[in-house]
Design a protein around this ligand. Sequence first.
Ligand SMILES: Nc1ncnc2c1ncn2[C@@H]1O[C@H](COP(=O)(O)OP(=O)(O)OP(=O)(O)O)[C@@H](O)[C@H]1O
Ligand SMILES: [Mg+2]
Length: 507
Amino acid sequence: MDGPLLELTGITKRFGATLALNDVRFDLRAGEVHALMGENGAGKSTLMKILSGNIQRDSGSMLIEGRPVEIRSPRDARARGIAIIHQELNTVPAMTVAENLSLGQEPRNRFGMLDRRRVLRDAREKLARIHADIDPTRPLGSLGIGMQQMVEIARAVSENARVLVLDEPTAALSRAEAQELYGVVNHMRAQGVGLIYISHRMEEVWQLADRISVFRDGTYVGTGTRDELSEADVVRMMVGRSIGDLYRHEPRHPGDVVLDVQDIAAKGLGPASFQVRAGEVVSMSGLVGSGRTELARLVFGADRRQAGTVLVNGRRSNPADPAAAIADGLAMVPEDRKSQGLFLDHSVERNVAISSLGRFTSAQVVRDRAVRQAVLAQMERLRLRKNAIDLPVRALSGGNQQKAALARWLLRDSPVMILDEPTRGVDVGAKREIYELIDALARAGKAILVISSDLPEAIGIADRVLVVRGGRIVKELSAAEASEETVMRHAVGAGSDHQTPSMEANP
Ligand SMILES: Nc1ncnc2c1ncn2[C@@H]1O[C@H](COP(=O)(O)OP(=O)(O)OP(=O)(O)O)[C@@H](O)[C@H]1O
Ligand SMILES: [Mg+2]
């Protein structure tokens, strides 16, 4: 086939006052991976939702193999061979893997009843086609996000998709899971499928993509092949300026101990002890599942401790609930903003202000204007558009939702801040801003504990790195000692004279 498989031109989409897409174009050939990049809110997911029939464009044309098409619903899209793995998964978690895979095409036996044996057999076959080793009888919700994505991909493959859209598929994956996904992507490209790949991770885009297109603020900036474009080129196209060294910061000079964790333990966790000083950034590094988040939750008091003590500025903190933890001077930005952080249907203002209302209350009256001003100030710090303040969080792009979660805790202004994956799904420009902010908070005397699966980030922003394995802190490294290799070696428990297993090597 000579012409493109898919051609979108002049696409415009408005949400109320927001011009999400303004005359953009995008094309895709069979057997290529075309990456779509751009800052948070650039319009990437919006274009993909138009392609998948979840929303309708205001104007523009869509051609498949040169012929104009209308895609009015997800069903239309599927019928034309377009499959999408959305940024936010939309599988049914209570159903089993097999049931999810047969959704909408349940096999019936000759009595018209659901043929359960065939459901299982079909599921095994579909999973085998992408080499996914998943037990189809398990409830989908019991699997990690990576496995759930594999199930969605298996479904797309079984529907013989010609176009597969992956919208930030690796944002929540471990390295090993991401490697598996890259294998599936390469396999599908070789089969002649056209893949659209949205990601904020530069290194994986350069590893996977044949071409890269960039959007900025709802407009089309340009397209080039992987060989034509450098990372610096793409960053400039995305944010309109160069960023330089992402992690650069002046040396910091930590002061007194603010957070003192002594032998905390719970089932399968700890005992763990560590300290974070005023003006210090400490990161917790380890494989997904190593217990980093669980340890942090014990410190914060989100889960009950069975033993141990936590001191904040010398005072014991043993909170019964998050509200008490906050009163003790602890703040925690959770990794899963959807289930633990944000109220999606409430406004940005409400979401940001919710943990700080006490500060703005005098004589039982919340001072609305003061709240609004304070929220706006935090939004500005994170470069969130001001006119988003009254929008429901649901209407923000994925990365901007992350910023809203962060803004809430910044407003709270606690002496100890625990940030779990603070830059997940955030574009590189905003990453740099969040790093600057973390540095500024440390310089203002906060004690900061960061959990990050992004190794260069975990090392680059911290003064010390705590390596977690099996729910314990197995190694502490200074910034000078910490390299990706040393951290990874301790994280996998390979000791000091073993090679890092290749499965966990940097993608
Ligand atoms: N349902 C909606 N209602 C109102 N505004 C919306 C809606 N969906 C998206 N927007 C707005 O459209 C713009 C583009 O959002 P989109 O989700 O496409 O960004 P994105 O490029 O995917 O960003 P990210 O990298 O953060 O996922 C944003 O300003 C967003 O707030
Ligand atoms: Mg998006």
